[in-house]
Design a protein around this ligand. Structure first.
Ligand SMILES: NC(=O)c1ccc[n+]([C@@H]2O[C@H](COP(=O)([O-])OP(=O)(O)OC[C@H]3O[C@@H](n4cnc5c(N)ncnc54)[C@H](OP(=O)(O)O)[C@@H]3O)[C@@H](O)[C@H]2O)c1
Length: 232
């Protein structure tokens, strides 16, 4: 499959891209800075996804280079771990710019290429977080932006069904990345204790469900956000 993953320079996006390359897929990655992956089936674009003009240029370049897409993984995201009273308005708006509006822009542009997939139904996957079902304090803006993504997933799955594009989400528990570097070990341990499976989530735990949701194995699944680790 030809899959575009956003935010592949570090963290979950980088690891997912590497694992999906290992499984034989062709990956288009992007982030603001230069590539950290070298592979003959990997192509990196430097783009700020909060700039709608740059998102359009990205997908124009992908159309010229490949002419189609089989999948889009909206992974790039940012967060602030702070009480909402201590979170300035411009910080909140920046979080929504990347976590919500950039995803909407990517979906709109990608739809034109996903319709050209030779192997429909094609797939969009949106990355969410346990901070939504757990309504974690200190993560109001971040979890609200991801809550919006889960609603986007549900509604967009209906709006794109006639285009033979499935839209799903994956809800991640804590994973050690740049995003969580400022979260204390005690806080991470407390979150892991809330999971049904009491250990830290690894990339190996994520790649199987992601590949399932991106491929024909889940051809009859749409509008769902699958949470890992057990969140009930
Ligand atoms: N880590 C966790 O514990 C955890 C838990 C639940 C959910 N998640 C979700 O998983 C996803 C990935 O998180 P992560 O932990 O891997 O974060 P990360 O390590 O901070 O990676 C974020 C990636 O996005 C790119 N990026 C950031 N801003 C961008 C922009 N404006 N335009 C384009 N690319 C941009 C970054 O590269 P550049 O700096 O080069 O732009 C980087 O490659 C996020 O959606 C996050 O909410 C993470």
């Amino acid at each position: 499959m030809l899959i575009l993953i956003t935010g592949t320079r570090t963290g979950v996006g980088q690891a997912l891209a590497q694992q999906l390359l290992d499984r034989g897929h062709q990956i288009v990655g992007c982030s603001r800075r230069s590539a950290t992956i070298e592979h003959d089936r990997y192509r990196h674009y430097e783009v700020d996804l909060t700039r709608a003009d740059q998102v359009r240029s990205l997908f124009t370049a992908v159309r010229r280079e490949y002419g189609y897409l089989d999948g889009l993984i909206n992974n790039a995201g940012t967060s602030t771990m702070n009480h909402f009273m201590m979170t300035p308005g411009d910080v909140s708006r920046k979080i929504f710019e990347l976590n919500f509006f950039a995803v909407l822009d990517c979906c709109r542009e990608a739809t034109k290429l996903l319709q050209r997939s030779a192997d429909p139904p094609s797939a969009i996957l949106n990355v969410s977080t346990v901070a939504v079902p757990w309504a974690l304090d200190g993560q109001l803006v971040y979890s609200a932006s991801k809550s919006a993504i889960e609603q986007l997933t549900r509604v967009m799955s209906k709006e794109l069904a006639d285009f033979e594009i499935r839209v799903n989400g994956i809800g991640l528990p804590p994973v050690r990345t740049v995003l969580t570097r400022t979260v204390s070990k005690a806080k991470i341990d407390e979150l892991i204790r809330r999971q049904t499976i009491n250990r830290m989530c690894s990339v190996e735990d994520i790649v199987g469900p992601v590949e399932f949701l991106m491929t024909q194995q889940s051809a009859f699944v749409t509008g769902e956000t699958l949470f890992l680790g057990g969140v009930n």
